[in-house]
Design a protein around this ligand. Structure first.
Ligand SMILES: Nc1ncnc2c1ncn2[C@@H]1O[C@H](COP(=O)(O)OP(=O)(O)OP(=O)(O)O)[C@@H](O)[C@H]1O
Ligand SMILES: [Mg+2]
Length: 335
C-alpha cells in the first residue's frame, strides 16, 4: 500500500477534483483506492455522497463510541480512552473506489496536535500516539479493505492537521494553478514540509529506541506537480496562463525539490517533475458534481453530446494513473 497527499496550501487549485479523478484513473487500471477525507470542510465526502446519507453517517460522531467518520477513528486516542477505532469505508461510484468519510470535528483532533507535537519532543508516549493516530487508523483500514493506494484530500493550509498528514504519507503531489498566488504558495509548501521533516527527525532521534519504529516515518517523497489549467481570474490585470505556466517548473525546482533534496536525496525523484496538465472541463465539471462521479465515468449519466470529452478525460486520467504508479514504483525502490 502506498499513500499520497494532494497538497498545496493555496485554496481552490483543484486538489479535491484531482484526488477524485486520479483515484478513478487508478481504479480503471485495476487498483483499489481508498480516498481519505482529511479536510474538515468535507468537500470530497459531499462530492460522492448525498446529504441525507452523509447526515446519517455523521450521526452523533461527536458523542458516539461507534461513529463512522475519520474523527470517530482517532477519537479514542484524543480522548485517551483507547487506540484508534474501526470505522466503515464507503464504496463510491464503483467497486474498487472507497471513501473514508470526513468530519468537521476533525478540527478537534487538529486542536490536540500542537500539544502532541510538543509532547513528542519531550519523549512522551501520548505525543507519539496522537501524532500517529491518523496514520494508524488509515493504514488499518487500507489493509483491511485491500487498498493499493490511499489518497488523502486535505484542506488549503499549512496547519497542524496537514503537517500530520504530510508526515504520515509516503508521497505527495502538488496541484498548481497557473496564477500568481498558486505559484507563490509553492514557496511555503516547500518551506513548511522541509521544516516539518527536519523537526520530526529530531523527534525520531530523541525517541527511545524501542519506540522509534512506532513513530510516523516523515519521509514523503515528492512525486511531482500537476497543472490545473482551469483558473481564469483577474481579466486584463492578469498575465496570461502561459506566463505563469513557464514559471512553475523553475519554482518547483528551487522551492520544493532543492529544499527536500537538501534534507535527503530519497525525498525527490529524477526529473521531469511535471506529471500532467489538466484542462478546464467547463460544464462537464458541473455535471460531475451533480452526479458525484469522476469526469471519465460520466458516460451514460449525462447527455451523449459530452461523450467525446468524457472519453478524453477517461484516457487522460488513466495516463495520469500510469504516471503516478510508475513514480510510486520509483519512490518505493529508492527508499
Ligand atoms: N479541471 C477542472 N475543470 C473545471 N472545474 C474545475 C476543475 N478542477 C476544479 N474545478 C472546480 O474548481 C473549484 C475548486 O476545485 P477543488 O475543490 O478541486 O479545489 P481545492 O484545491 O480542493 O479547493 P480547497 O482548497 O477549497 O479544498 C471546484 O468548484 C471544482 O469543481
Ligand atoms: Mg478541496
Amino acid at each position: 500500500m502506498y499513500s499520497i497527499a494532494l497538497f498545496n496550501h493555496k485554496g481552490g487549485v483543484g486538489k479535491t477534483t484531482l484526488a477524485i479523478n486520479i483515484a478513478a484513473g487508478l481504479v480503471d487500471l485495476g487498483k483499489r483506492v481508498l480516498l481519505v477525507d482529511a479536510d474538515p470542510q468535507c468537500n470530497i465526502s459531499s462530492f460522492f455522497l448525498p446529504e441525507t446519507k452523509l447526515d446519517d453517517i455523521l450521526g452523533e460522531s461527536g458523542e458516539e463510541e461507534s461513529g463512522k467518520t475519520i474523527w470517530s477513528a482517532v477519537r479514542p486516542v484524543v480522548l485517551g480512552t483507547g487506540d484508534v477505532g474501526d470505522i466503515p469505508v464507503y464504496p463510491v461510484a464503483t467497486a474498487g473506489l472507497m471513501l473514508v468519510v470526513g468530519d468537521v470535528l476533525l478540527s478537534t483532533y487538529e486542536e490536540e496536535l500542537p500539544a502532541a507535537w510538543t509532547d513528542s519532543f519531550a519523549r512522551k508516549p501520548r505525543g507519539y500516539s496522537v501524532m500517529g493516530a491518523l496514520h494508524r487508523a488509515v493504514t488499518r483500514l487500507a489493509e483491511k479493505h485491500g487498498a493499493d493506494v490511499v489518497i488523502y484530500d486535505v484542506g488549503p493550509n499549512v496547519g497542524p492537521l496537514n503537517r500530520t498528514v504530510l508526515l504520515s504519507c509516503d508521497g505527495f503531489i502538488t496541484p498548481v494553478a497557473p496564477d500568481l498566488f498558486s505559484l507563490r504558495a509553492l514557496t511555503s509548501v516547500g518551506a513548511a514540509i522541509g521544516r516539518w521533516i527536519k523537526d520530526w527527525r529530531t523527534v525520531q532521534m530523541l525517541a527511545p529506541e524501542d519506540k522509534r519504529t512506532e513513530l510516523i516515518r516523515a519521509s514523503p517523497t515528492y512525486l511531482g506537480y500537476i497543472v490545473s489549467a482551469f483558473k481564469a481570474y483577474g481579466g486584463s490585470k492578469s498575465k496570461p496562463h502561459e506566463y505563469w505556466e513557464s514559471k512553475i517548473a523553475p519554482r518547483v525546482k528551487s522551492r520544493v525539490i532543492d529544499v527536500l533534496r537538501g534534507i535527503e536525496s530519497e525525498l525527490v525523484l529524477q526529473p521531469p517533475y511535471k506529471i500532467a496538465d489538466v484542462k478546464h472541463y467547463q460544464s462537464l465539471s458541473a455535471a460531475a458534481q451533480d452526479k458525484g462521479l469522476p469526469f471519465g465515468w460520466l458516460s451514460g449519466h449525462v447527455n451523449s453530446g459530452y461523450n467525446p470529452e468524457i472519453s478524453a478525460a477517461k484516457a487522460l486520467f488513466i495516463d495520469i494513473g500510469k504516471e503516478v504508479n510508475s513514480r510510486i514504483e520509483k519512490a518505493t525502490s529508492q527508499r
